[in-house]
Design a protein around this ligand. Structure first.
Ligand SMILES: [Zn+2]
Length: 120
């Protein structure tokens, strides 16, 4: 077996690891969210509950984190599709290669640093 080509086996492995950790995060975030929902459901009878509003905030916050994690999972799926199609590691805006350090830090990145910073 020869050394993995950059963007080939190494990228597939990084994406698999990223997917596994993101799925684990979604599982734990969903558990947090369910716990908040069930604790607020039991308090819902008491309309004078002083913690009612903070529970609503907590629930919103947990929902936002969950949504972010699910979006990230979708990005990973897109990156896996690009890897299969042979376009992985290429900026989808300018078509130039994405820096290896950026892909190492963010395996699901679809744009190069220049395009990503231009967007913000
Ligand atoms: Zn670019």
């Amino acid at each position: 077996m020869t050394a993995a080509s950059p963007g080939g086996l190494a990228a597939a492995q990084r994406l698999a690891e990223e997917r596994a950790s993101t799925e684990a995060r979604i599982t734990s975030l969903r558990r947090d969210f369910d716990a908040i929902v069930s604790s607020s459901a039991s308090a819902a009878d008491d309309e004078h509950d002083p913690e009612g509003s903070s529970t609503a905030f907590e629930r919103q916050h947990a929902a936002a984190l969950l949504e972010q994690a699910q979006e990230h999972l979708a990005e990973i799926a897109q990156a896996e599709a690009r890897l299969a199609a042979g376009s992985y590691g290429r900026c989808e805006r300018c078509g130039r290669p994405i820096a290896a350090e950026r892909l190492a830090a963010r395996p699901a990145a679809s744009t190069c640093i220049a395009c990503a910073s231009r967007r913000h």
